[in-house]
Design a protein around this ligand. Sequence first.
Ligand SMILES: Cc1ncc(COP(=O)(O)O)c(C=O)c1O
Ligand SMILES: N[C@@H](CCCC[NH3+])C(=O)O
Length: 435
Amino acid sequence: MIIENHPFQINSKGHLEIGGMDATLLAEKHGTPLYVYDVSIIRENCKSFLQSFKDLDVQAQVAYASKAFSSVAMLQVIKQENLSLDVVSQGELHTALKAGFPTERIHVHGNNKSYDELLLAVENNVGCIVVDNFHEINLIETILQNNNYEINVLIRVTPGVESNTHQYIMTGNEDSKFGFSLQNGQAEEAFLQMHKHNQIHVKGLHCHIGSQIFETDRFMKTIDLLFETITNWKESYQYIPDVLNVGGGFGIRYTNEDNPLEARDYVQAITNAISGHASRLGIPMPEIWIEPGRSIVGNAGITLYTIGSMKHIPEIRTYISVDGGMTDNLRPALYQAKYEGVIANKANEEIITEGSIAGKCCESGDMLIWDLPIPEVEPGDTLAVFSTGAYGYSMANHYNRFPNPAVVFVENGVDKLVVKRETYQDLSKNDLSYE
Ligand SMILES: Cc1ncc(COP(=O)(O)O)c(C=O)c1O
Ligand SMILES: N[C@@H](CCCC[NH3+])C(=O)O
């Protein structure tokens, strides 16, 4: 039986199944809280973006935004699927290098890249640096001064488009910490500074308007604004971009309130808009780059928890506590994000009530799901929360000194531990004594 809204099934025992494996057995074997990914879904998501570009016969790079979930195994899957990679820090770049990711397909982001981060990127001959601010241009120029490296860059611009999403995950608006403004001339100033440098190749423009976006209009509007600038730069400086990177942000389904488009809908709309402008301007079609994170891994991941204490407050609600919470999934506390879940060992049982799923941290806001429809539950049951594959493990933290969970990949009925559970020794390994 299929689970409504989510790409998982219920097996003959009435248990949730992921990647051909019984979720309750995974919880027993690997412990909880546990992140589990169905790798075949990750692969399908990668393929659907790449295939959509192929079907339109467009030169493209699909760069997985590794902030959504980065680990050596994860990046190896991305490498196998021939995607490119977006990294935003030395740590993400280090993980990519450790995974043996081809450096020419790595795109380096960040709104405050350090000299060392930029040097590591340049020394490893990464595919491109997405330049964010004037301080960074100065650092790059310093790095290039005493050697003959050459680098490709994209200029990250803020087009002044507000995306229809949570304020904290909106990035293309004028009042943003990211990128150069198109409106106030800073993008042009940055362009001129780098365009005249003979070791810097300005391959094109980058923008990312936000995350969890369910429509194509804002992408269209953004592309219109990018082309106003491209038209000006063509006239004034005879500049024609090789690449346009329109970022990520393609929405996924967390609950039945979310109605995501297919990958091909976004790809088609973006491609049509860019090709329309390119032909109007009489320039060759630029390569299109996109940076999906959430839409590659989000729906492939679930988190398994063990239910512990329960508190029933008559006529108010029942709190059901699990052995994780905001330490392994910060999104509900940070963005009031909503999730759905099932009791994995009772996935077929009749729903008789509602329970609100509480985390273990010493915070009233540590709630994973409010008012989840549930069957009768008891301590020891396994709760599965759906669509936790993006920005769950990657935003895990150590509040209240909880160790980070383990991560298991499942594919075709075979499970493999890919990130070990942290131990209490791991948690205190950097602590030094003061006695
Ligand atoms: C520059 C950039 N690219 C790509 C992404 C990936 O976004 P998403 O995971 O929503 O696809 C983000 C995150 O919002 C981002 O800031
Ligand atoms: N971490 C955010 C989105 C990423 C923002 C990156 N610019 C989320 O969980 O939705």
